[in-house]
Ligand binder design. Structure first.
Ligand code: ADP
Ligand code: MG
Length: 371
């Protein structure tokens, strides 16, 4: 194969078709001529901010995805909101040089993907970064990308399984990688070999970013809305019309609590906790429609509420701690993410008296810490 010639031609064509700037084109050409990739094939996606191509990698049997960030874009995902307040960008970044700015986003995606790998979250493995070009493992076959979650049609069993996988991915992303996705939806999850794969993390933020909890809340809403659409509530009733123990999806706030709960241990507890929350007892199944209406109201309230992240931001946390001790803390929005409540008190049928035994000393210890 005439690598250089064919490569250059391809790179040229991509330039014309996708308005890739000359320097990016040079990077692509070098990747081809230096034998990193041996062919740049079809374009998998042309987005507002990036194009994704499939390429053969010289050192790997499997194809790779080449994400090329567009440098001519001025409104890069409302980027300021994500960068402002982020420690990693405390010295600011150059707003007047769009190439440099976009390279920052490419680098951010590379680092965030690395962190997802360490956290065990199914996601592309980042392979190489050259300025605004990122190479990562490709999910798909014969140049065809894995479908996005929004485009697959799943049986009820698989849909519930995908839901659980998504929740664990969100939780591991938050608890282990210390990141909030920030643009999580059925558009940024792929479904491949029965696995939910998280992609598109250039805008993901540190979990202590000033907007992190707002982003997390929105991610929770997107995920919940999507799965409400594909998991039918009728699965609470079997073929003979009998109620049986069945699966329910978490409410938005419950999901938020599940992801941010610092009191659940890493592996066993979180699985158990989710199983418990997702099990719909037969006695509850009949009233699930009413519960849904109620949940919708709660979600609306939750989406507009202010979520304190440290006890400093709470008006009177000592009063709140007393309330928790009396088992009345379920309306407080920060108990899980600050670890103030040891047991689930957000829901009637899971109510325990454990929280009454909350050692107040623990709460004092948490006081003032950024959690
Ligand atoms: P954008 O910012 O344009 O949304 P994404 O990272 O979401 O960028 O990628 C755009 C599309 O490219 C995805 O929706 C997916 O279809 C495809 N894609 C991205 N990365 C991969 C990958 N590693 N493997 C397979 N397909 C991918
Ligand atoms: Mg995307």
């Amino acid at each position: 194969r005439a690598l250089a010639g064919g490569g250059k031609e391809r790179a040229d064509r991509a330039t014309v078709e996708q308005a890739i700037d000359p320097r990016t084109r040079l990077i692509l050409f070098r990747l081809l001529s230096n034998g990193v990739i041996s062919g740049l094939h079809g374009c998998v996606s042309t987005g507002k901010e990036a194009n994704v191509y499939v390429a053969d990698h010289c050192g790997r049997a499997e194809a790779v995805a080449v994400k090329v960030y567009k440098t001519a874009v001025l409104t890069f995902k409302d980027r300021d909101r994500y960068v402002a307040g982020e420690f990693r960008f405390r010295r600011g970044y150059n707003k007047h040089n769009s190439r440099k700015m976009v390279a920052v986003w490419a680098e951010k995606e590379f680092r965030n993907l690395s962190r997802l790998q360490l956290a065990g979250v199914p996601s592309p493995v980042p392979l190489l970064l050259r300025s605004t070009v990122l190479l990562m493992t490709f999910f798909g076959r014969d140049g065809w990308p894995a479908p996005k979650l929004k485009d697959v049609s799943l049986s009820q069993r698989r849909a519930v399984d995908a839901y659980r996988q998504t929740l664990f991915a969100m939780r591991n992303m938050y608890q282990r990688a210390k990141l909030v996705h920030g643009d999580l939806s059925e558009y940024n999850m792929l479904y491949w070999n029965d696995t939910v794969v998280i992609i598109d993390v250039s805008q993901s933020v540190e979990h202590d970013h000033p907007h992190a909890l707002d982003f997390l809340r929105r991610d929770c809403l997107n995920v919940t809305n999507f799965f409400r659409g594909i998991v039918s509530p009728d699965c609470a009733v079997d073929e003979e019309g009998q109620d049986r123990e069945s699966t329910r999806l978490l409410g938005v706030r419950e999901l938020f609590d599940f992801v941010s709960d610092v009191t659940l241990s890493d592996t066993m507890d979180q699985r158990e906790a989710l199983d418990k929350r997702m099990t719909l007892l037969p006695t509850e199944a009949r009233s699930s429609r009413e519960q849904e209406a109620q949940a919708e109201i709660e979600t609306a309230v939750f989406m507009h509420a202010f979520i304190p992240r440290t006890l400093h931001e709470v008006e009177d946390h000592e009063r709140d701690i007393d309330m928790i001790a009396e088992g009345r803390g379920s309306d407080l929005l920060y108990t899980k993410l600050t670890g103030l409540v040891l047991e689930d008190t957000t829901e009637g049928h899971h109510q325990t008296s454990q929280s009454a035994e909350l050692p107040v000393a623990d709460a004092d210890e948490a006081n003032g810490e950024v959690l």
